[in-house]
Structures are given as structure tokens and as C-alpha cells.
Write a protein that binds this ligand. Structure first.
Ligand code: BDP
Length: 331
């Protein structure tokens, strides 16, 4: 018995390197693990290509033991409903916009306020630095695990009625926003009427006139064909709303620490690929909607837009205001 126990102990020591954590390298008989990831965008969209790269890295590094099945095109539901399912472990991962996530973990509003980041680069320094790590930790009490970030691009307003150059041009327009109180407040601050609605319903909303407009980055405006039913696009770049991969705490806690670490590292290592595809797609989408007849208004002076958002900052709880201040200090 003692010999057997010692032998087992020493082989664990060998497998785990230092003997504390089980190794991510598979034992010959290790059980295969299959996990599911939900994505709203179509298969070839850069964000989903990033998911696929993430899944591929996980598969490679676990020597085929861990499979992440990627369900794109909202097959598993719209974002808010999917986040709920991740929370109770029915879906293992999702790539979502932090806008609907902030309804579950409100401190995330600190990362999506309008005109928060000076540039894309500033945003990435925040996400990959201490603030991003703290925000990941803040997910855990709500049943989520922060896994990785993807590039979201800048969001712009568009509508079917008229060119918009200054906030006053939006007055009275019914604008779809993500399912987020913050985004409702933002659109109200600009003098328009905010209509929260799942992403998948926006096209028919525009077509039937239930809404007059929405807001999104170039690739989403193009891939959803919204440009066909709302041709006035205003480059005001009001938000950069980070894309995030979250995992279910219930699902992930069934895995070894080494497997959890392997998964997190794979998501981080998929970022450069997604960012590269994003940059290419932004250009291609812009060209496509222009060729399709979109009328583009580029905002030269963002001052009036920023001024209209001031009230939204003032309304934030102190935890969010504190983070906003720290974000502004990131160089
Ligand atoms: C896109 C995000 C996607 C959101 C969508 C929306 O990538 O996650 O669902 O906007 O507006 O840019 O709901």
C-alpha cells in the first residue's frame, strides 16, 4: 500500500512539474472535455474568427483534449439571454459586447462611457493592464470568469431619415441602443429617443420604421445590411465598447487550475489575430457601404458631442467615477 501510494505520489509530482498543480499536458487516459461558446456574429466576422483561433489554440495546447465548439450567428440566442445562460452554466463561454454585460456587473460601465478613451491604443493599455485585470476579478461574484478581450472599433450613429452632423440633428429620432441603461442615458443626453432592443431585431426595426436609427461600428453596420435600410452614417466615434470573452464560473470550476490557465492564455494569444482581421474588415466594410450608397458625414469637431455626454459621467456611481479617473491616467 505504502509503495503504491509513494509511486502514485511521485508520478503526480512528475506530471505536475512542481507537484502542486495538475499538468495541462494530457495523461494518456485523460477525459476529453467539450465546451460551448456562443457568438452573435456570423462565422466569417473578425470577432468570430478570433473565437475560432482561441478554440484552435486551446485544442493544440491541450493536445486535442479540450474542444471549444463555437456557435456563431446567434444560434444559442441573443446576447442578454446568452449571458444569463453562462451565469447558470448552461453555456460555457460567450463573446459579447460589455454593454449588455454591464447590466449584470455595473462596474463595467466604467469601460464603455462615451469618449472615454483617447484612442484605440489607450483602450488596449487599459484592458491589458491592471484595470482590465481588476474588472475580470469583479465578474467572479456574479458567476462569470474573465477570459479575454477583442477589438470593438468605434461606434457611430446611423439613421434612415437625414444626415446628422451635430447632436441637435438627432433630436426626436428613435435610436436603437444595446440592452444597457448607460446607452439609454447616452442617447437621451443627445436629445434622441432611446429604444433598447436585441441586435438581431434591428434590421426589421429599421425596415418597418419602429426605429429610425441605431449605432454601431463599420463592420456591424455592413454585415447586418443595416446600411441598406439606414443610409445616413455619421462618423462621431462616440464609444469604443470592448468585446469580451467570458466563461461560466460553474463550468470552469470543474476544470483543473492548469486547464483554466491554458484557456485564459489561449484567449490572450488570439488577440493580435483578431485585431489584424478587424483592421482589414473596418476598411472593407467602409468601402462596401459607400459603394452601396451610404451617405457619410464625418464629424470634424467632437466638442459638442462630448459636451452632451457630460451629464452621463456626473450621474455615475462613485465606483465608476473612480475607475474613469484611473482610465484617464493610463498613458
Ligand atoms: C456589435 C457587437 C455585438 C453587439 C452589437 C449590438 O460586436 O456584440 O451585439 O454590436 O449592437 O458591435 O448589439
Amino acid at each position: 500500500m505504502l509503495v503504491l501510494a509513494l509511486a502514485a505520489g511521485s508520478s503526480m509530482l512528475f506530471a505536475g512539474g512542481k507537484g502542486e498543480a495538475p499538468s495541462a499536458a494530457p495523461a494518456a487516459d485523460a477525459k476529453p472535455i467539450v465546451l460551448r461558446l456562443a457568438e452573435t456574429h456570423p462565422a466569417d466576422y473578425p470577432t468570430n474568427m478570433g473565437n475560432l483561433r482561441f478554440a484552435e489554440l486551446v485544442k493544440e495546447r491541450s493536445n486535442g483534449r479540450i474542444t471549444i465548439e463555437v456557435y456563431s450567428g446567434s444560434q444559442l440566442g441573443q446576447e442578454r439571454a446568452v449571458i444569463e445562460q453562462v451565469q447558470f452554466g448552461a453555456i460555457d463561454f460567450t463573446r459579447v459586447s460589455i454593454s449588455p454585460l454591464a447590466a449584470f456587473v455595473p462596474v463595467f460601465n466604467a469601460l464603455q462611457l462615451p469618449y472615454l478613451y483617447r484612442s484605440e491604443d489607450h483602450m488596449w493599455k487599459v484592458l491589458l493592464g491592471p484595470i482590465g485585470k481588476e474588472l475580470f476579478a469583479s465578474l467572479e461574484p456574479s458567476g462569470f470568469v474573465g477570459i479575454g478581450w477583442f477589438e470593438p472599433g468605434a461606434r457611430n450613429f446611423y439613421n434612415s431619415k437625414r444626415p446628422v452632423a451635430v447632436p441637435a440633428d438627432l433630436a426626436g429620432l428613435k435610436i436603437r441602443v444595446q440592452e444597457s441603461d448607460l446607452m439609454v442615458g447616452m442617447v437621451q443626453g443627445l436629445g434622441a429617443v432611446a429604444t433598447p432592443m436585441p441586435y438581431g431585431e434591428v434590421y426589421s426595426g429599421l425596415q418597418t420604421g419602429v426605429i429610425d436609427g441605431a449605432e454601431n461600428n463599420w463592420p456591424s453596420y455592413e454585415s447586418t445590411s443595416h446600411f441598406e435600410v439606414a443610409k445616413y452614417y455619421t462618423v462621431d466615434e462616440h464609444t469604443r465598447v470592448p468585446e469580451i470573452i467570458i466563461g461560466s464560473k460553474i463550468s470552469l470550476s470543474k476544470l483543473s487550475q492548469a486547464d483554466q490557465d491554458l484557456i485564459k492564455q489561449a484567449a490572450i494569444d488570439a488577440i493580435p489575430y483578431q485585431r489584424q482581421l478587424w483592421a482589414e474588415r473596418e476598411k472593407a466594410s467602409e468601402a462596401k457601404v459607400k459603394a452601396g450608397g451610404s451617405i457619410i458625414t464625418v464629424v470634424a469637431d467632437k466638442g459638442p458631442w462630448q459636451a452632451a455626454m457630460k451629464g452621463l459621467y456626473d450621474k455615475q456611481p462613485s465606483a465608476v467615477q473612480y475607475l474613469v479617473k484611473r482610465v484617464s491616467e493610463v498613458q
